[in-house]
Design a protein around this ligand. Structure first.
Ligand SMILES: [Ca+2]
Ligand SMILES: [Ca+2]
Length: 429
């Protein structure tokens, strides 16, 4: 890499979809009967329906964003061209931390000046606290069920649609590791049966979902993002029960994160030997720094699966990246969900309407959004890679070859994922 890039950039990462209202009558254990949310039922945006909480975009950009500090910078560099110490010296900065072979955090020194020339060739720099490029979180419907009923998860339409009985008799995703870059997960939930992986405490990011009961971003909703990562992990567990699942918390309990944390998490996923990275999130715009990490992951053979977004518009970034697999949401009859972003970059559709999943504190939820479709597709890839013993990139062709048509057909580039179809096609190769 020889092109000089000098980027004063922070796009703030927001959750694709999240949350429940503080004023909701629903507590974490739920007070809504399962019948309140029927699988496949279309929903309108905004306000509350019976037993369903609809969280829309905040009226103003959230204000609580806590990247390292105003004077710190993320640097992505090529160690074969220059050492981080020399790069830091050239920028009048000091090295705070290094993460992996080409990621570091630098601190400005007194000699630092924004009028300094460009960094050394091949170095990507990003200031960690620039409030530019803010975006909105995306709509989602959460309907809460009464307590925890495993049967509700095991008997939902998705299981029939994807034929879990036949599918899991053939493969359950064993040997494939999936990272979930999200709000973290309630690893203590009984649905997981202590099966989730956790990052070691000395690493800069952790796995457990934490919520504080405070409306930190002052948007009128407490812990907007609570449960989002738990739901994503639960969906992976449902579709690929024996896959190794590694939650990495990069989004706050309000569903907000930084490109810094996303970048570090992508690198951690690579170090940890993950085969697949699930990113049910979106940025406000293209990010060269994230794109760089996508290239690094691709070179390492790691597949990145992203939600297309829930604004009924074009595919958001990073799902729109050529280096990522974008997933739109479909329903119980393979119709594309009204809210789903579609078109170029939406490679697949997957069930993402009224998906029943585990929710923190022994709860259960019916969740709707492309955030839910994304882990279905990620888990599908885990199953096919496990069954075929192919790389995830090679396994992708079997998923492409076995998709089911969706309506409208042009909404996605391929179709709705069919994990069993892919395994059967492989059998008949
Ligand atoms: Ca909030
Ligand atoms: Ca909070």
């Amino acid at each position: 890499m020889t092109q000089v890039r000098w980027l004063l950039l922070v796009s703030l990462v927001f959750l694709s979809a999240c949350g429940r209202s503080e004023t909701s009558p629903l507590d974490p254990m739920g007070k809504v009967a399962p019948s309140m949310v029927e699988p496949g039922e279309p929903r309108s945006g905004g306000g509350k329906e019976d037993g369903v909480v609809v969280i829309g975009p905040p009226t103003q950009p959230p204000s609580l964003l806590t990247p390292p500090s105003q004077s710190q910078w993320v640097v992505v560099y090529d160690p074969e061209e220059e050492t981080i110490e020399n790069i830091a010296a050239g920028l009048s900065m000091t090295v705070v931390k290094t993460y992996g072979y080409d990621l570091a955090l630098l601190e400005e020194t007194a000699a630092y000046s924004s009028t300094l020339g460009p960094p050394p060739s091949g170095v990507v720099v990003m200031q960690t606290n620039d409030p530019a490029n803010m975006t909105h979180s995306q709509d989602l419907v959460f309907g809460f069920y009464e307590g925890w009923l495993e049967s509700e998860v095991n008997e939902q339409y998705m299981n029939t649609l994807l034929d879990f009985g036949s599918l899991h008799a053939k493969n359950q995703g064993q040997g494939i590791k999936v990272a979930i870059l999200d709000t973290g997960a309630d690893v203590t939930h009984s649905w997981f049966n202590d099966s989730l992986l956790e990052l070691a405490p000395q690493l800069p990011l952790q796995s457990r979902e934490i919520y504080n009961g405070i409306d930190d971003d002052e948007n009128g909703t407490v812990d907007d993002g609570k449960g989002h990562g738990t739901v994503c992990a639960s969906i992976i567990k449902s579709v690929a029960p024996l896959a190794d699942i590694l939650p990495i918390q990069i989004l706050s309990d309000e569903g907000i994160g930084s490109v810094w944390d996303l970048t570090v998490a992508m690198e951690i996923a690579r170090w940890q030997g993950c085969n697949i990275v699930n990113m049910s999130l979106s940025l406000s715009a293209f990010s060269p720094v994230v794109e760089h990490r996508l290239n690094v992951l691709e070179a390492a053979g790691v597949s990145v699966i992203c939600a297309t977004g829930n604004q009924s518009t074009v595919v958001s970034y990073p799902a729109s990246s050529a280096k990522a697999i974008g997933v739109a949401a479909s329903d119980d009859v393979d119709d594309i969900a009204y809210f789903s972003n579609t078109g170029v970059g939406a490679m697949f559709a997957a069930p993402g309407v009224a998906i029943v999943a585990a929710y923190p504190e022994e709860g259960m939820v019916s969740a709707t959004g492309t955030s839910m479709a994304c882990p279905v597709a990620a888990a599908t890839l885990a199953l096919v890679a496990s069954y075929t013993s192919l790389t995830t990139f090679q396994a992708m062709s079997w998923i492409v070859g076995s998709v089911v048509p969706v309506d409208p057909s042009g909404a996605v580039e391929q179709g709705r994922v069919s994990p069993l179809g892919a395994l059967l096609d492989f059998d008949n190769r």
